[in-house]
Design a protein around this ligand. Structure first.
Ligand SMILES: Cc1cc2nc3c(=O)[nH]c(=O)nc-3n(C[C@H](O)[C@H](O)[C@H](O)COP(=O)(O)OP(=O)(O)OC[C@H]3O[C@@H](n4cnc5c(N)ncnc54)[C@H](O)[C@@H]3O)c2cc1C
Length: 490
Protein backbone atom coordinates (compact mmCIF):
# COMPACT_ATOMS: atom_id res chain seq x y z
CA UNK A 1 0.00 0.00 0.00
CA UNK A 2 1.48 3.40 -0.90
CA UNK A 3 1.68 6.17 1.67
CA UNK A 4 -1.34 8.11 0.44
CA UNK A 5 -3.60 5.03 0.41
CA UNK A 6 -2.26 3.99 3.81
CA UNK A 7 -3.16 7.40 5.26
CA UNK A 8 -6.58 7.21 3.67
CA UNK A 9 -7.26 3.72 5.03
CA UNK A 10 -6.11 4.84 8.49
CA UNK A 11 -8.50 7.76 8.36
CA UNK A 12 -11.39 5.67 7.08
CA UNK A 13 -10.87 2.93 9.62
CA UNK A 14 -11.00 5.53 12.36
CA UNK A 15 -7.45 4.83 13.52
CA UNK A 16 -6.67 8.54 13.29
CA UNK A 17 -9.38 9.38 15.82
CA UNK A 18 -7.28 8.56 18.95
CA UNK A 19 -5.39 11.79 18.27
CA UNK A 20 -8.66 13.54 19.09
CA UNK A 21 -8.95 11.64 22.35
CA UNK A 22 -5.46 11.79 23.77
CA UNK A 23 -5.31 15.57 24.15
CA UNK A 24 -2.37 17.92 24.07
CA UNK A 25 0.78 16.61 25.73
CA UNK A 26 2.59 19.53 27.35
CA UNK A 27 6.37 19.70 27.24
CA UNK A 28 7.14 19.35 30.91
CA UNK A 29 10.92 19.32 31.12
CA UNK A 30 12.34 22.28 33.00
CA UNK A 31 14.27 24.54 30.62
CA UNK A 32 18.03 24.91 30.98
CA UNK A 33 19.44 28.41 30.74
CA UNK A 34 21.31 29.70 27.71
CA UNK A 35 23.05 33.06 27.68
CA UNK A 36 22.25 34.82 24.42
CA UNK A 37 25.04 36.97 23.02
CA UNK A 38 24.29 40.69 22.96
CA UNK A 39 23.76 41.71 19.35
CA UNK A 40 23.44 44.92 17.38
CA UNK A 41 19.97 45.42 15.92
CA UNK A 42 19.03 47.38 12.83
CA UNK A 43 17.17 50.53 13.94
CA UNK A 44 14.18 52.08 12.15
CA UNK A 45 12.90 55.51 13.13
CA UNK A 46 9.22 56.47 13.31
CA UNK A 47 7.07 59.16 14.87
CA UNK A 48 4.39 56.73 16.02
CA UNK A 49 4.61 52.97 16.50
CA UNK A 50 1.33 51.08 16.85
CA UNK A 51 1.76 47.60 18.30
CA UNK A 52 -0.96 45.18 17.13
CA UNK A 53 -2.96 45.66 13.93
CA UNK A 54 -6.32 44.49 15.18
CA UNK A 55 -9.69 46.14 15.75
CA UNK A 56 -8.30 49.22 17.52
CA UNK A 57 -4.78 49.16 16.05
CA UNK A 58 -5.83 49.46 12.41
CA UNK A 59 -7.85 52.58 13.18
CA UNK A 60 -5.08 54.00 15.39
CA UNK A 61 -2.48 53.61 12.63
CA UNK A 62 -4.71 55.14 9.94
CA UNK A 63 -5.52 58.06 12.24
CA UNK A 64 -1.86 58.67 13.14
CA UNK A 65 -0.70 58.54 9.53
CA UNK A 66 -3.48 60.87 8.38
CA UNK A 67 -2.30 63.36 11.02
CA UNK A 68 1.02 63.37 9.19
CA UNK A 69 2.99 61.09 11.51
CA UNK A 70 5.50 58.61 10.08
CA UNK A 71 3.68 55.58 11.42
CA UNK A 72 4.61 51.92 11.83
CA UNK A 73 2.01 49.22 12.42
CA UNK A 74 3.43 45.96 13.80
CA UNK A 75 1.11 42.98 13.45
CA UNK A 76 1.94 39.37 14.30
CA UNK A 77 -0.40 37.80 11.75
CA UNK A 78 -0.26 38.11 7.97
CA UNK A 79 -3.20 40.50 7.81
CA UNK A 80 -4.70 43.34 9.81
CA UNK A 81 -8.10 43.01 11.46
CA UNK A 82 -7.72 41.18 14.76
CA UNK A 83 -10.66 39.89 16.74
CA UNK A 84 -13.25 41.81 14.73
CA UNK A 85 -12.61 39.35 11.86
CA UNK A 86 -12.20 36.31 14.08
CA UNK A 87 -14.33 36.43 17.19
CA UNK A 88 -17.56 38.33 17.22
CA UNK A 89 -20.80 38.07 15.35
CA UNK A 90 -21.69 41.70 14.69
CA UNK A 91 -20.06 45.06 15.22
CA UNK A 92 -21.63 46.41 18.44
CA UNK A 93 -22.62 49.18 17.99
CA UNK A 94 -22.53 52.38 15.97
CA UNK A 95 -25.84 53.46 17.53
CA UNK A 96 -27.53 54.09 20.84
CA UNK A 97 -30.00 51.46 22.10
CA UNK A 98 -32.93 53.49 20.81
CA UNK A 99 -35.27 50.60 20.12
CA UNK A 100 -35.36 49.48 23.74
CA UNK A 101 -36.38 52.94 24.96
CA UNK A 102 -39.64 54.10 23.37
CA UNK A 103 -39.47 57.76 22.45
CA UNK A 104 -35.67 57.85 22.36
CA UNK A 105 -34.25 59.08 19.10
CA UNK A 106 -32.08 56.85 16.86
CA UNK A 107 -28.57 58.32 16.86
CA UNK A 108 -25.36 57.17 15.24
CA UNK A 109 -22.82 57.84 17.99
CA UNK A 110 -19.68 56.37 16.43
CA UNK A 111 -18.62 57.74 13.06
CA UNK A 112 -15.14 58.72 11.82
CA UNK A 113 -12.80 56.03 10.49
CA UNK A 114 -14.95 53.11 11.80
CA UNK A 115 -17.83 54.32 9.60
CA UNK A 116 -15.44 54.80 6.65
CA UNK A 117 -14.51 51.11 6.91
CA UNK A 118 -18.20 50.18 6.70
CA UNK A 119 -18.68 52.53 3.72
CA UNK A 120 -15.78 50.86 1.91
CA UNK A 121 -17.11 47.40 2.72
CA UNK A 122 -20.56 48.32 1.39
CA UNK A 123 -19.10 49.10 -2.02
CA UNK A 124 -17.69 45.58 -2.40
CA UNK A 125 -20.49 43.60 -0.73
CA UNK A 126 -18.56 43.07 2.48
CA UNK A 127 -21.22 44.17 4.97
CA UNK A 128 -24.92 44.08 5.62
CA UNK A 129 -24.83 47.78 6.43
CA UNK A 130 -26.48 48.97 9.63
CA UNK A 131 -29.55 46.73 9.68
CA UNK A 132 -32.26 47.35 12.28
CA UNK A 133 -32.85 44.57 14.78
CA UNK A 134 -36.31 43.13 15.34
CA UNK A 135 -37.44 40.32 17.60
CA UNK A 136 -35.38 40.71 20.77
CA UNK A 137 -34.74 44.47 20.72
CA UNK A 138 -33.54 44.89 24.30
CA UNK A 139 -29.95 43.87 23.45
CA UNK A 140 -28.88 45.93 20.43
CA UNK A 141 -30.89 48.09 18.05
CA UNK A 142 -28.71 47.71 14.96
CA UNK A 143 -26.77 44.84 13.47
CA UNK A 144 -23.69 45.58 11.39
CA UNK A 145 -22.34 42.29 10.09
CA UNK A 146 -19.20 41.91 8.00
CA UNK A 147 -17.48 39.58 5.60
CA UNK A 148 -14.36 38.70 7.57
CA UNK A 149 -12.13 38.23 4.52
CA UNK A 150 -13.19 41.44 2.78
CA UNK A 151 -12.70 43.36 6.03
CA UNK A 152 -9.05 42.23 6.08
CA UNK A 153 -8.63 43.45 2.51
CA UNK A 154 -10.36 46.79 3.00
CA UNK A 155 -8.42 47.78 6.11
CA UNK A 156 -5.14 46.63 4.55
CA UNK A 157 -5.86 48.97 1.61
CA UNK A 158 -6.89 51.85 3.86
CA UNK A 159 -3.67 51.50 5.88
CA UNK A 160 -1.65 51.49 2.71
CA UNK A 161 -3.50 54.52 1.27
CA UNK A 162 -2.92 56.43 4.52
CA UNK A 163 0.81 55.83 4.12
CA UNK A 164 1.22 53.56 7.14
CA UNK A 165 4.39 51.43 7.14
CA UNK A 166 2.76 48.04 7.59
CA UNK A 167 4.82 45.26 9.15
CA UNK A 168 2.78 42.06 9.14
CA UNK A 169 4.10 38.66 10.23
CA UNK A 170 6.13 40.68 12.71
CA UNK A 171 5.90 40.31 16.47
CA UNK A 172 6.45 42.87 19.16
CA UNK A 173 8.98 40.92 21.18
CA UNK A 174 10.27 43.50 23.64
CA UNK A 175 10.55 47.14 24.56
CA UNK A 176 13.44 49.45 25.39
CA UNK A 177 12.84 52.03 28.12
CA UNK A 178 14.64 55.34 28.59
CA UNK A 179 13.62 56.74 31.95
CA UNK A 180 9.85 57.20 32.04
CA UNK A 181 9.53 56.81 28.27
CA UNK A 182 9.56 53.98 25.79
CA UNK A 183 12.49 54.43 23.43
CA UNK A 184 11.64 51.66 21.06
CA UNK A 185 9.95 48.36 20.34
CA UNK A 186 11.94 45.21 19.63
CA UNK A 187 10.38 43.39 16.71
CA UNK A 188 10.91 39.80 15.59
CA UNK A 189 10.28 38.62 12.05
CA UNK A 190 11.88 36.25 9.57
CA UNK A 191 14.50 38.88 8.84
CA UNK A 192 15.48 38.84 12.51
CA UNK A 193 15.18 41.31 15.34
CA UNK A 194 15.01 45.07 14.85
CA UNK A 195 14.48 48.14 17.01
CA UNK A 196 11.59 50.40 15.97
CA UNK A 197 12.32 53.72 17.64
CA UNK A 198 9.41 56.11 18.05
CA UNK A 199 8.35 59.34 19.66
CA UNK A 200 4.99 57.99 20.82
CA UNK A 201 3.62 54.44 21.06
CA UNK A 202 0.18 52.87 21.05
CA UNK A 203 -0.41 49.41 22.52
CA UNK A 204 -3.30 47.71 20.75
CA UNK A 205 -2.12 44.11 21.13
CA UNK A 206 -5.19 43.10 23.22
CA UNK A 207 -2.79 41.10 25.40
CA UNK A 208 -1.01 44.30 26.47
CA UNK A 209 2.30 42.89 25.27
CA UNK A 210 3.99 46.22 24.62
CA UNK A 211 2.89 47.72 27.94
CA UNK A 212 4.05 44.62 29.80
CA UNK A 213 7.42 44.61 28.01
CA UNK A 214 7.76 48.30 28.83
CA UNK A 215 7.23 47.63 32.54
CA UNK A 216 3.68 49.01 32.92
CA UNK A 217 1.46 47.82 35.77
CA UNK A 218 -1.19 45.28 34.81
CA UNK A 219 -3.47 42.61 36.18
CA UNK A 220 -4.69 39.36 34.63
CA UNK A 221 -8.25 38.66 35.66
CA UNK A 222 -8.92 35.58 33.52
CA UNK A 223 -12.63 36.24 33.93
CA UNK A 224 -13.87 35.18 30.50
CA UNK A 225 -13.76 32.07 28.34
CA UNK A 226 -11.53 32.08 25.29
CA UNK A 227 -13.04 31.14 21.95
CA UNK A 228 -12.42 30.13 18.38
CA UNK A 229 -15.29 31.17 16.13
CA UNK A 230 -15.85 29.24 12.95
CA UNK A 231 -17.63 29.92 9.70
CA UNK A 232 -19.93 27.12 8.56
CA UNK A 233 -20.60 26.65 4.87
CA UNK A 234 -23.28 24.88 2.87
CA UNK A 235 -26.13 25.90 5.18
CA UNK A 236 -29.65 26.54 3.91
CA UNK A 237 -30.26 29.74 5.91
CA UNK A 238 -33.99 29.97 5.10
CA UNK A 239 -34.62 26.33 6.08
CA UNK A 240 -32.74 26.82 9.36
CA UNK A 241 -34.52 30.09 10.09
CA UNK A 242 -37.93 28.52 9.40
CA UNK A 243 -37.13 25.66 11.77
CA UNK A 244 -35.94 27.98 14.57
CA UNK A 245 -38.93 30.29 14.09
CA UNK A 246 -41.41 27.38 14.17
CA UNK A 247 -39.88 26.33 17.48
CA UNK A 248 -39.94 29.88 18.83
CA UNK A 249 -36.18 29.60 19.27
CA UNK A 250 -35.00 32.79 17.58
CA UNK A 251 -33.85 35.72 19.70
CA UNK A 252 -32.65 38.74 17.76
CA UNK A 253 -33.52 38.91 14.10
CA UNK A 254 -32.26 41.34 11.50
CA UNK A 255 -32.94 41.64 7.80
CA UNK A 256 -30.44 43.37 5.55
CA UNK A 257 -28.14 43.11 2.58
CA UNK A 258 -27.00 39.57 1.79
CA UNK A 259 -25.15 38.75 -1.41
CA UNK A 260 -26.42 41.97 -2.97
CA UNK A 261 -30.09 41.36 -2.13
CA UNK A 262 -31.96 43.59 0.36
CA UNK A 263 -34.35 42.27 3.00
CA UNK A 264 -32.56 38.97 3.63
CA UNK A 265 -32.14 37.37 7.03
CA UNK A 266 -28.68 38.38 8.23
CA UNK A 267 -28.87 37.79 11.98
CA UNK A 268 -30.65 35.09 13.89
CA UNK A 269 -29.98 33.34 17.07
CA UNK A 270 -30.36 32.69 20.72
CA UNK A 271 -27.91 32.11 23.48
CA UNK A 272 -27.89 28.39 24.09
CA UNK A 273 -29.82 27.74 27.27
CA UNK A 274 -31.23 31.28 27.35
CA UNK A 275 -34.04 31.05 24.85
CA UNK A 276 -33.76 27.62 23.31
CA UNK A 277 -33.95 25.41 26.39
CA UNK A 278 -37.17 23.34 26.11
CA UNK A 279 -37.66 24.53 22.54
CA UNK A 280 -35.11 22.45 20.68
CA UNK A 281 -34.16 18.78 21.20
CA UNK A 282 -32.65 18.23 24.65
CA UNK A 283 -29.66 16.32 23.25
CA UNK A 284 -28.84 19.32 21.04
CA UNK A 285 -29.22 21.94 23.77
CA UNK A 286 -27.25 19.89 26.31
CA UNK A 287 -24.61 19.19 23.69
CA UNK A 288 -24.00 22.79 22.62
CA UNK A 289 -24.02 23.99 26.21
CA UNK A 290 -21.43 21.41 27.21
CA UNK A 291 -19.26 22.40 24.28
CA UNK A 292 -19.63 26.12 24.98
CA UNK A 293 -21.04 26.69 21.52
CA UNK A 294 -23.26 29.59 20.56
CA UNK A 295 -26.18 29.70 18.19
CA UNK A 296 -26.18 33.41 17.53
CA UNK A 297 -24.86 34.13 14.11
CA UNK A 298 -24.78 36.67 11.36
CA UNK A 299 -24.11 36.32 7.69
CA UNK A 300 -23.57 38.46 4.64
CA UNK A 301 -23.75 35.49 2.27
CA UNK A 302 -26.27 32.89 1.18
CA UNK A 303 -25.59 29.40 2.54
CA UNK A 304 -23.10 30.59 5.13
CA UNK A 305 -23.05 31.14 8.89
CA UNK A 306 -20.24 33.64 9.44
CA UNK A 307 -19.57 33.09 13.16
CA UNK A 308 -20.36 30.09 15.35
CA UNK A 309 -18.56 30.56 18.65
CA UNK A 310 -16.97 27.68 20.52
CA UNK A 311 -15.94 28.88 23.98
CA UNK A 312 -13.64 27.31 26.54
CA UNK A 313 -12.81 28.51 30.05
CA UNK A 314 -9.12 28.14 30.72
CA UNK A 315 -7.83 27.47 34.23
CA UNK A 316 -5.14 30.09 33.76
CA UNK A 317 -4.75 33.39 31.95
CA UNK A 318 -4.43 33.17 28.16
CA UNK A 319 -0.92 34.64 28.40
CA UNK A 320 0.17 31.14 29.54
CA UNK A 321 1.53 29.62 26.31
CA UNK A 322 1.29 25.97 27.35
CA UNK A 323 -2.24 26.25 28.75
CA UNK A 324 -3.22 27.96 25.50
CA UNK A 325 -1.81 25.04 23.51
CA UNK A 326 -4.09 22.66 25.43
CA UNK A 327 -7.06 24.96 24.85
CA UNK A 328 -6.31 25.27 21.10
CA UNK A 329 -6.64 21.49 20.68
CA UNK A 330 -9.71 21.12 22.88
CA UNK A 331 -11.54 23.94 21.07
CA UNK A 332 -10.79 22.42 17.66
CA UNK A 333 -12.15 19.08 18.90
CA UNK A 334 -15.24 20.91 20.16
CA UNK A 335 -15.70 22.72 16.85
CA UNK A 336 -15.87 19.36 15.11
CA UNK A 337 -18.37 18.06 17.70
CA UNK A 338 -20.44 21.25 17.34
CA UNK A 339 -20.58 20.77 13.60
CA UNK A 340 -21.79 17.21 14.11
CA UNK A 341 -24.58 18.45 16.41
CA UNK A 342 -25.62 21.10 13.89
CA UNK A 343 -25.71 18.53 11.09
CA UNK A 344 -27.73 16.07 13.13
CA UNK A 345 -30.29 18.35 14.77
CA UNK A 346 -30.65 21.56 12.75
CA UNK A 347 -32.57 21.35 9.48
CA UNK A 348 -30.65 23.29 6.83
CA UNK A 349 -27.30 22.20 8.25
CA UNK A 350 -27.35 18.56 7.12
CA UNK A 351 -24.48 19.04 4.68
CA UNK A 352 -22.62 21.80 6.48
CA UNK A 353 -18.85 21.93 6.79
CA UNK A 354 -16.30 24.06 8.62
CA UNK A 355 -15.27 26.70 6.09
CA UNK A 356 -13.19 28.98 8.32
CA UNK A 357 -11.64 28.99 11.77
CA UNK A 358 -9.48 31.62 13.46
CA UNK A 359 -5.74 30.98 13.16
CA UNK A 360 -5.53 30.96 16.94
CA UNK A 361 -7.98 31.25 19.77
CA UNK A 362 -9.42 34.66 20.64
CA UNK A 363 -9.46 36.23 24.03
CA UNK A 364 -12.02 38.49 25.66
CA UNK A 365 -9.44 39.76 28.12
CA UNK A 366 -5.70 39.21 28.52
CA UNK A 367 -3.72 41.69 30.55
CA UNK A 368 -5.61 44.75 31.77
CA UNK A 369 -3.20 47.67 31.71
CA UNK A 370 -3.32 50.23 34.50
CA UNK A 371 -4.08 53.64 33.02
CA UNK A 372 -4.45 57.09 34.56
CA UNK A 373 -8.19 56.53 34.89
CA UNK A 374 -10.10 53.26 35.32
CA UNK A 375 -13.61 53.53 33.89
CA UNK A 376 -16.20 52.33 36.43
CA UNK A 377 -19.48 50.53 35.88
CA UNK A 378 -21.30 53.65 37.21
CA UNK A 379 -19.55 55.78 34.58
CA UNK A 380 -20.91 53.48 31.90
CA UNK A 381 -24.36 52.69 33.23
CA UNK A 382 -25.14 56.24 34.40
CA UNK A 383 -24.04 57.59 31.02
CA UNK A 384 -21.32 59.88 32.40
CA UNK A 385 -19.28 62.12 30.17
CA UNK A 386 -15.91 63.66 30.97
CA UNK A 387 -14.26 66.97 30.12
CA UNK A 388 -11.69 64.99 28.09
CA UNK A 389 -14.03 62.65 26.17
CA UNK A 390 -12.56 61.13 23.04
CA UNK A 391 -15.73 59.31 21.94
CA UNK A 392 -19.30 58.49 22.93
CA UNK A 393 -20.64 54.94 23.13
CA UNK A 394 -24.03 53.42 23.86
CA UNK A 395 -23.88 49.59 23.79
CA UNK A 396 -23.58 47.12 26.68
CA UNK A 397 -22.99 43.42 26.09
CA UNK A 398 -24.99 42.43 29.19
CA UNK A 399 -28.18 44.18 28.06
CA UNK A 400 -30.96 44.07 29.06
CA UNK A 401 -29.60 43.44 32.59
CA UNK A 402 -27.08 46.26 32.25
CA UNK A 403 -27.49 49.09 29.79
CA UNK A 404 -26.68 52.75 29.46
CA UNK A 405 -29.21 55.00 31.18
CA UNK A 406 -32.16 56.07 29.04
CA UNK A 407 -30.69 54.61 25.87
CA UNK A 408 -28.00 57.30 25.88
CA UNK A 409 -24.23 57.26 25.79
CA UNK A 410 -21.24 57.57 28.08
CA UNK A 411 -17.84 59.01 27.23
CA UNK A 412 -14.40 57.40 27.11
CA UNK A 413 -12.01 59.93 28.65
CA UNK A 414 -8.55 60.47 27.16
CA UNK A 415 -7.00 59.77 30.59
CA UNK A 416 -8.35 56.18 30.38
CA UNK A 417 -5.96 55.56 27.45
CA UNK A 418 -2.78 56.92 29.08
CA UNK A 419 -0.66 54.09 30.44
CA UNK A 420 0.18 54.90 34.04
CA UNK A 421 3.78 55.80 34.76
CA UNK A 422 4.91 55.96 31.13
CA UNK A 423 5.19 59.31 29.36
CA UNK A 424 4.69 58.30 25.72
CA UNK A 425 2.51 55.19 25.72
CA UNK A 426 -1.24 54.96 25.09
CA UNK A 427 -3.39 51.85 25.29
CA UNK A 428 -6.67 51.09 23.61
CA UNK A 429 -9.01 48.23 22.91
CA UNK A 430 -10.02 45.37 25.20
CA UNK A 431 -7.17 45.92 27.63
CA UNK A 432 -8.40 49.08 29.35
CA UNK A 433 -10.89 49.12 32.25
CA UNK A 434 -10.63 46.62 35.11
CA UNK A 435 -14.30 46.70 36.14
CA UNK A 436 -16.10 43.73 34.62
CA UNK A 437 -19.39 45.49 33.89
CA UNK A 438 -17.64 48.52 32.40
CA UNK A 439 -15.42 46.27 30.33
CA UNK A 440 -18.46 44.42 28.99
CA UNK A 441 -19.16 47.67 27.17
CA UNK A 442 -15.71 49.14 26.41
CA UNK A 443 -14.32 45.91 24.93
CA UNK A 444 -16.82 45.76 22.05
CA UNK A 445 -15.54 46.24 18.54
CA UNK A 446 -16.92 49.67 17.71
CA UNK A 447 -15.77 51.06 21.06
CA UNK A 448 -12.27 49.64 20.46
CA UNK A 449 -12.22 51.22 17.00
CA UNK A 450 -13.23 54.62 18.39
CA UNK A 451 -10.57 54.41 21.09
CA UNK A 452 -8.07 53.53 18.36
CA UNK A 453 -8.90 56.65 16.36
CA UNK A 454 -8.34 58.81 19.44
CA UNK A 455 -5.13 57.06 20.51
CA UNK A 456 -3.60 57.29 17.02
CA UNK A 457 -4.58 60.94 16.69
CA UNK A 458 -3.22 61.80 20.14
CA UNK A 459 0.04 59.92 19.51
CA UNK A 460 0.59 61.80 16.25
CA UNK A 461 -0.03 65.19 17.85
CA UNK A 462 2.32 64.34 20.74
CA UNK A 463 5.01 63.27 18.26
CA UNK A 464 4.58 66.42 16.16
CA UNK A 465 4.67 68.75 19.16
CA UNK A 466 7.41 66.82 20.94
CA UNK A 467 5.33 66.44 24.11
CA UNK A 468 4.41 63.52 26.34
CA UNK A 469 0.88 62.16 26.46
CA UNK A 470 0.11 64.07 29.67
CA UNK A 471 1.21 67.40 28.22
CA UNK A 472 -1.03 67.11 25.17
CA UNK A 473 -3.65 69.88 25.18
CA UNK A 474 -7.10 68.30 25.10
CA UNK A 475 -8.33 71.18 22.93
CA UNK A 476 -5.86 70.13 20.20
CA UNK A 477 -6.99 66.51 20.39
CA UNK A 478 -10.68 67.43 20.37
CA UNK A 479 -10.20 69.72 17.41
CA UNK A 480 -8.41 67.00 15.40
CA UNK A 481 -11.07 64.40 16.28
CA UNK A 482 -13.94 66.67 15.29
CA UNK A 483 -12.22 67.53 12.02
CA UNK A 484 -12.07 63.81 11.31
CA UNK A 485 -15.76 63.24 11.84
CA UNK A 486 -15.59 61.78 15.36
CA UNK A 487 -18.88 62.26 17.22
CA UNK A 488 -18.45 63.87 20.67
CA UNK A 489 -21.18 64.79 23.12
CA UNK A 490 -19.22 67.32 25.23
C1 LIG B 1 -15.40 35.18 20.84
C2 LIG B 1 -15.61 36.63 20.86
C3 LIG B 1 -16.83 37.14 20.45
C4 LIG B 1 -17.03 38.50 20.45
N1 LIG B 1 -18.22 38.98 19.97
C5 LIG B 1 -18.34 40.31 19.74
C6 LIG B 1 -19.44 40.81 19.01
O1 LIG B 1 -20.31 40.06 18.55
N2 LIG B 1 -19.52 42.14 18.80
C7 LIG B 1 -18.58 43.01 19.28
O2 LIG B 1 -18.70 44.21 19.04
N3 LIG B 1 -17.52 42.56 19.99
C8 LIG B 1 -17.37 41.23 20.20
N4 LIG B 1 -16.28 40.74 20.87
C9 LIG B 1 -15.32 41.69 21.46
C10 LIG B 1 -14.41 42.31 20.44
O3 LIG B 1 -14.37 41.55 19.25
C11 LIG B 1 -12.98 42.47 20.97
O4 LIG B 1 -12.97 42.86 22.31
C12 LIG B 1 -12.26 43.52 20.14
O5 LIG B 1 -12.30 43.16 18.77
C13 LIG B 1 -10.84 43.64 20.63
O6 LIG B 1 -10.15 44.58 19.85
P1 LIG B 1 -8.63 44.90 20.19
O7 LIG B 1 -8.18 45.89 19.19
O8 LIG B 1 -8.48 45.20 21.63
O9 LIG B 1 -7.86 43.51 19.97
P2 LIG B 1 -7.68 42.66 18.66
O10 LIG B 1 -8.69 42.98 17.63
O11 LIG B 1 -7.58 41.25 19.11
O12 LIG B 1 -6.28 43.15 18.11
C14 LIG B 1 -5.06 42.79 18.67
C15 LIG B 1 -4.08 42.60 17.54
O13 LIG B 1 -2.75 42.58 18.04
C16 LIG B 1 -2.03 41.52 17.43
N5 LIG B 1 -0.99 41.15 18.39
C17 LIG B 1 -1.14 40.64 19.62
N6 LIG B 1 0.05 40.49 20.22
C18 LIG B 1 0.98 40.94 19.34
C19 LIG B 1 2.39 41.05 19.39
N7 LIG B 1 3.10 40.70 20.48
N8 LIG B 1 3.02 41.52 18.30
C20 LIG B 1 2.34 41.89 17.18
N9 LIG B 1 0.99 41.81 17.09
C21 LIG B 1 0.33 41.35 18.16
C22 LIG B 1 -3.08 40.46 17.18
O14 LIG B 1 -2.67 39.55 16.19
C23 LIG B 1 -4.29 41.29 16.79
O15 LIG B 1 -4.34 41.53 15.41
C24 LIG B 1 -16.02 39.38 20.89
C25 LIG B 1 -14.80 38.87 21.32
C26 LIG B 1 -14.58 37.51 21.29
C27 LIG B 1 -13.25 36.97 21.72
Amino acid sequence: MDRRNFSRSVLLSGLAIPALKTGYQPFEEQPQLYKENPMKLPVREFDVVVAGGGTAGVVAAIAAARQGAKTALVEGKGYPGGTVVEGGTALHSFFNLWKAFPGVEKRQVVKGIPQEIIDRLLVIGGTTGHAEVTGRIDYDSACTAIDTELYKLVVFEMLSEAGVNIFVNTLVAGAVRKGASVEGVITQSRIGRELFRGKCFVDTTAYGDLSAWAGAEFIELNDHPVCNSMGIGNVNIEKLFTYLTKNNAVGDIAYGLRDGKEGQIIRMGSESGYLIRDKLPKEFVDGVEKLGSGLITTTVHDNYLMFIKVNYKMAESPTNRDEVAKAELIIRQNQYKTLELFKKYLPGCENAFIARTSPSLNIRRGRTITCDYDITSEDVLEGRHFDDDIMAYGFHDEAPKYRIKNGGTYGIPYKALRVKGIDNLLASGMMITTNRHAHMSTRNTVCCMGQGQAAGTAAAICAAKGVGTRSLLYADLKDALLKNNVHLEV
